[in-house]
Write a protein that binds this ligand. Structure first.
Ligand code: GLN
Ligand code: ZN
Length: 786
């Protein structure tokens, strides 16, 4: 860490809070997969991990970062690392004390069967069924697309220092010549992110038992020579109840008392502190990191609230998005603040760890040069930070050339015709109420649709995708490479589609799907056909463990140059007399799983996508498709961190769905699909979406998730999933019948559709065929009991 010199004007230290772990070329993924498949041994895996850490420390040092983190690296997940550090290892993993083996660690991460790690069609996974030891539960890290392993605590939970990873990595860096600032998940956030293994106790009550382990870690770090430690408490960006506030006070007073020799940088991020600002200002910590991107409004209030001797880490560069910073504009905003504080009481940083952005833009050779000039990945963000530091300490003249370039790029971007399409903007800005409304209320639509579709009671359908077999993936890869020409690839896809249609007819599904064989990914497939979207080659970010994604970039106004799915859907419809369901990814999901431009509000971007999809829906209808599904699996995860912001979000999210679905006649049946575990928070919004039919995930919870719909008296039709597609298991007829019976007892029988939980792309054909045949049998049985 930079020891501040007594020079007249010392420069403001620059930190990163954390950097991507995966390696420039996804070396970590390759190493993990080789290790899991037995191709390399533990020593080789650990060696590759050490090399990645060394390379990333070196990179940060060379780019001028003065406060370099350690322990931001993880083989799988930093929350899992924390569970292991404190010995929060549930009994099923058979840990008998002592150092935690990699075998135990990966059993917690992935379950102990060799075939675990199945991924849901959503790309978020899920797994852990059948025999063997299941993995820990996984869920989203705040409102990011990173997933962590949920710590699990028992009532008689004991904690002990079970892993010295943080100390080892501190030493490792030191041996390489880097004085680092180790990073830990703070104890309060750690407990809050976990769950109780059984009812009847509150995990926050475990704090007195947990704290001694953290104290021990801090003492050991101090003894090794660490001067500062970064404790991440992003729970401070949430609504905190009194117990959480009390816990935070206890923790940080205890640390100040027990380990006075170590300075704590309390890192808050993912939003402003809001009413927690006074609490934080009173905590006895040496430094506070503020997210000044998401929490821009707290720039002056929060910094004024912090005592003068507290080091303020200014999170001014967006750690979650990929846009180049307009440096002059930012300097104008922060200069007054910087002048009001001693330089040795300031640090410059990204808003949060850069875990959420790709590593280096320089790897992108094929991006449009203008677009590329507007972007900044983690390497570029470090350069931005050091530039800011120079400008603030030595004056803007010291970096005049960099600022000139930055100004020019910002100017060009602001007026670029690649971004701005006035017609698209006008359409998304002037919305008449009719646009977001179907012509008639549901009851009326339902009658009309009933006449056209003529479906039996308990109609059966599936969610869209059929197995993406090795063969399908190979053909796609060959086509992308140019080894398979368009005509042959299309012929192949037609054969797959036709076979799927015939098979659905044979077993007696009522509303068919074409199977989505032509799609690589439910967002990418549409993004590639829309203007305003771009894709990277190497822009990977960790989604969970060894699974990485390359989120599309929404850089400009979004429009649809031509129909996207009409050809495939009408081809499939031409093969059958039964209704063929059109299949689209909804506007909120298209937004949520992308990097979104920062020069337009998210709701405006979402409206643009909604209009592009609306045109597609109308074109599908025109081409003879009478049932159209608009998937919104990401609607719930877009909920803001603070409850006060929920309504505004849900209002525009629902409006966008309704815009996309609202252009059709009453006779056309609109479906939507969502697959996650919690509907209570958003049930009003789901009602307001007014889809004619919604399919949801319910089989894993044995229909408990239906409660929200039952309590709400959901009026439209609904398909509670009866087949858990996350598992290779084939449910038999009686099992599905039991679920259907449960649904019948709670809903009106004429409301109920019968379908799986989600798309079937991750499954194998034999399982799918057996399970769906059983599903059709179960539906017939239900009809016979009418
Ligand atoms: N239609 C998509 C599919 O079946 C839906 C996937 C999802 O819900 N994530 O694959
Ligand atoms: Zn789904």
């Amino acid at each position: 860490m930079s020891t501040l010199s007594s020079a007249t004007k010392s420069s403001i230290p620059v930190s990163t809070l954390g950097v991507p772990r995966i390696g420039l070329r996804r070396e970590l993924k390759a190493a993990l997969e080789q290790f899991w498949s037995g191709k390399i041994n533990q020593a080789a895996l650990l060696e590759i991990a050490a090399q990645l850490r060394a390379a990333s420390w070196k990179r940060q040092h060379e780019l001028g970062v003065t406060i370099i983190p350690s322990n931001d690296f993880s083989l799988y997940d930093h929350v899992l690392d924390t569970s292991v550090m404190v010995g929060a290892i549930p009994a099923i993993y058979g840990w008998a004390g002592g150092p935690v083996s990699l075998e135990t660690y990966f059993a917690m991460a992935r379950g102990s069967q060799t075939d675990v790690g199945e991924h849901g069609a959503c790309g978020h996974g899920d797994h852990h069924h059948g025999h063997g030891v299941p993995a820990q539960e996984m869920t989203k890290w705040f409102d990011t697309n990173y997933h962590y392993m949920v710590p699990e605590f028992s009532r008689d939970q004991k904690f002990s220092l079970a892993s010295t990873k943080v100390i080892d990595e501190y030493r490792e860096a030191k041996a390489l010549g880097y004085q680092t600032r180790p990073v830990l998940v703070g104890p309060v956030t750690f407990l809050k992110l976990g769950k109780e293994a059984s009812e009847g106790f509150d995990r926050l009550s475990l704090l007195p038992k947990l704290l001694p382990v953290y104290v021990e870690v801090l003492k050991q770090l101090a003894a090794e020579g660490a001067e500062w430690v970064q404790l991440d408490e992003p729970c401070l960006a949430l609504d905190c109840d009194a117990a959480t506030v009390a816990a935070l006070k206890t923790v940080y007073s205890e640390f100040a008392l027990k380990v006075p020799g170590i300075k704590i940088m309390l890192a808050t991020y993912f939003g402003g502190l809001g009413e927690n600002v006074n609490l934080v200002a009173r905590l006895p910590v040496a430094g506070v990191h503020l997210d000044l991107v998401r929490g821009k409004q707290q720039l002056s209030t929060a910094s004024q609230a912090m005592p003068a001797d507290v080091v303020l880490s200014l999170g001014v560069i967006d750690g979650r998005n990929i846009w180049r910073t307009d440096l002059s504009k930012l300097l104008n905003e922060i200069e007054p603040l910087v002048e009001s504080r001693e330089p040795d009481r300031l640090q410059l940083a990204p808003s949060c760890s850069m875990l959420h952005v790709p590593i280096d833009l320089n790897q992108e050779a094929d991006l449009d040069p203008d677009l590329k000039s507007w972007l900044s990945f983690s390497v570029q963000k470090m350069v931005e930070l050091t530039t800011l530091s120079h400008a603030l300490s030595l004056g803007r003249d010291s970096v005049s050339e960099v600022l000139r370039v930055s100004d020019a790029i910002a100017k060009k971007r602001a007026s670029s015709p690649k971004i701005h399409n006035p017609a698209v903007k006008r359409r998304a800005e002037n919305i008449s109420p009719e646009v977001a409304r179907r012509n008639s209320p549901f009851a009326q639509r339902r009658r009309l649709q009933g006449d056209v579709l003529d479906l039996p009671a308990f109609p059966t359908t599936t969610i869209g995708s059929f197995p993406q077999t090795e063969e399908v993936r190979k053909a796609r890869a060959a086509h992308v490479k140019g080894a398979l020409d368009d005509a042959s690839y299309n012929a192949f896809l037609r054969r797959e589609t036709e076979a799927a249609v015939r098979w659905q007819e044979d077993i007696g599904i009522d509303v068919l799907v074409h199977g989505e064989f032509e799609r690589n990914d439910m967002v990418q497939y549409f993004g590639e056909q829309l203007s305003g979207y771009a894709f990277t080659k190497h822009g990977w970010v960790q989604s969970y463990g060894s699974r990485y994604v390359r989120p599309p970039i929404i850089f400009g106004d979004v429009s649809r140059p031509k129909p996207m799915t009409v050809e495939w859907s009408s081809y499939a419809q031409s093969l059958t007399k039964r209704p063929m369901k059109g299949m689209l990814t909804g506007p909120v999901t298209m937004l949520q799983w992308s990097f979104v431009r920062d020069d337009l509000s998210r709701d405006q971007v979402c409206r643009q996508i909604a209009f592009a999809l609306r045109d597609e829906v109308v074109d599908l209808e025109k081409s003879g498709i009478g049932v159209i599904q608009v998937d919104e699996p990401a609607l719930r995860e877009g909920l803001p961190l603070r409850k006060a912001d929920w309504k505004a979000y849900l209002d525009w999210a629902v409006e966008c769905f309704r815009i996309s679905a609202g252009g059709v006649t009453d006779q056309t049946q609109i479906h939507t699909h969502m697959c996650y575990a919690e509907f209570n928070d958003i049930i009003d919004a789901i009602g307001a979406m007014d889809a004619d039919v919604i399919s949801i995930e319910t089989s894993r919870s044995k229909m408990e998730l239906l409660d929200a719909f039952v309590n709400y008296k959901y009026p439209n039709e609904i398909g509670p999933g009866v087949y858990d597609i996350h598992s290779p298991r084939v449910p038999d007829v009686s099992e599905m019948t039991a679920l259907i019976d449960k649904a019948r007892r709670n809903l009106s029988p004429d409301q109920i559709w019968i379908n799986p939980d989600c798309g079937l792309k991750t499954r194998k054909w034999p399982e799918v065929k057996a399970a769906l045949s059983n599903m059709v049998e179960a539906a017939k049985l239900a009809r016979s009991l009418q």
